[in-house]
Design a protein around this ligand. Structure first.
Ligand SMILES: Cc1ncc(COP(=O)(O)O)c(C=O)c1O
Length: 367
């Protein structure tokens, strides 16, 4: 079965085998070495020096990392401007509400790009903003939000960025230093090709709250994890097998040539998918220039419900993903993440072509 949903991803055999490494207690030195290796290599994905940056590992899904980032870093004395244009932007607001963080939301419809003039206006009206929080790749639609332009707007006003990079870290360009990214939350089981259960935040050490400041959460207190990691430890039981898998997945990424090589591979897959689907009349929601290389949304074929397409593709060995909320009736999504070959992509295109043909002429004799 090839997973074309946006995580968990199809594992390589090598990563799958890593799950079978020896049992290990998280209080043993071998675990400390494993954790240290992962932290160093996560920083290495974007060439970040460990004296100014930390990759803080958590056991949980991507949302845990996003919630830890928001609840640890946003100070009571400041405010955050949250940019929404999909489910995950709206989730940032939900987190801010639950933790009682001072925030302002700038809402956009899910199929809209971020209005940069509105961002400027919000930041200029309210000087208390310490951060803008945004989703880099809004997986709701496949849109890659314009982080470089936003970073420029923020830098001119001394505002930092909090980035949900859950579905972009490892395959899209992230210029942490130039864009003044204070922190970026991500997960092992998307563009890094690990297994679910390990998430992390890459954070500027100076953005962490000072020692002694009360935490808003016990389990999601990034500072606590960071201090423990620096001391070769961890506050809580970590997902040891998930760490094994991420360690191996990071080796694969390095051998492939890093994030830019992965971006190239994903782009090739998506180009073929967009061309293949266009040939059978399936239209993308957004132009390629507005999209990530990680996932695109497509209109359902005329007269076909999502479940019909999903179930027939599953019989061919492919799992696609539904649109969310109102998009469920009109869109489906296809992701390029995971151990997917060019051959898999060609077979997927052939399968969907076959399904569309049968739908147009249900009584036709098989060729
Ligand atoms: C951009 C983005 N943020 C957050 C999440 C939430 O991740 P999780 O389901 O691993 O908690 C997702 C999941 O797809 C996502 O795509």
């Amino acid at each position: 079965m090839i997973l074309l949903n946006p995580g968990p991803v199809t594992l390589s055999e090598r990563v799958r085998q890593a799950l079978l490494r020896p049992d290990l207690c998280h209080r043993e030195p071998e675990f400390t070495a494993l954790q240290q290796s992962i932290c160093t290599r996560l920083l290495g994905v974007y060439g970040l020096p460990p004296d100014h940056w930390a990759a803080v590992l958590l056991t949980g899904s991507g949302t845990a990392a996003v919630e830890a980032m928001m609840s640890t870093l946003i100070k009571d004395t400041g405010s955050v401007l949250i940019l929404e244009n999909g489910v995950y932007g709206e989730r940032l607001t939900a987190i801010a509400r639950i933790h009682g963080l001072h925030h302002v939301r700038l809402h956009h419809a899910w199929d809209r790009g971020i209005d940069l003039d509105a961002v400027r206006a919000c930041l200029d009206q309210n000087r208390r903003f310490h951060y803008v929080a945004l989703v880099h790749h809004e997986t709701t639609t496949g849109r890659l939000n314009p982080i470089a332009e936003l970073a420029e707007i923020c830098a001119a006003r001394g505002v930092g960025l909090l980035v949900d990079g859950v579905s972009s870290f490892g395959a899209e360009h992230l210029d942490f230093m130039r864009w003044n990214i204070a922190a970026c939350a991500a997960t092992a089981n998307k563009c890094l090709h690990g297994v679910p259960g390990v998430a992390f935040v890459v954070v500027q050490r100076q953005a962490l709250p000072p020692a002694g400041q009360a935490a808003r959460s016990l389990y999601l207190d990034l500072r606590q994890y960071c201090e423990a990691q620096d001391a070769g430890s961890t506050p809580y039981t970590q997902s040891v097998q998930g760490f094994y898998a991420l360690d191996e997945a990071l080796s694969e990424l390095e051998e492939e040539g890093g994030w830019s090589a992965r971006q190239r591979r994903y782009r090739e897959h998506l180009t073929h998918i967009r061309e293949g689907l266009a040939a059978v009349g399936i239209r993308p929601l957004l132009p390629a220039a507005a999209c990530s290389v990680v996932l695109n949304s497509f209109h359902l074929p005329e007269g076909m419900e999502y479940l019909t397409l999903h179930d027939q593709l599953k019989q061919h060995g492919f799992v696609i993903y539904a649109g969310q909320a109102a998009f469920a009736k009109v869109l489906f999504r296809v992701s390029t993440m995971g151990a997917i070959s060019a051959d898999d992509v060609q077979r997927f295109i052939a399968a969907i072509g076959d399904i569309c043909l049968k739908c147009e002429s249900p009584n036709a004799d098989p060729v």
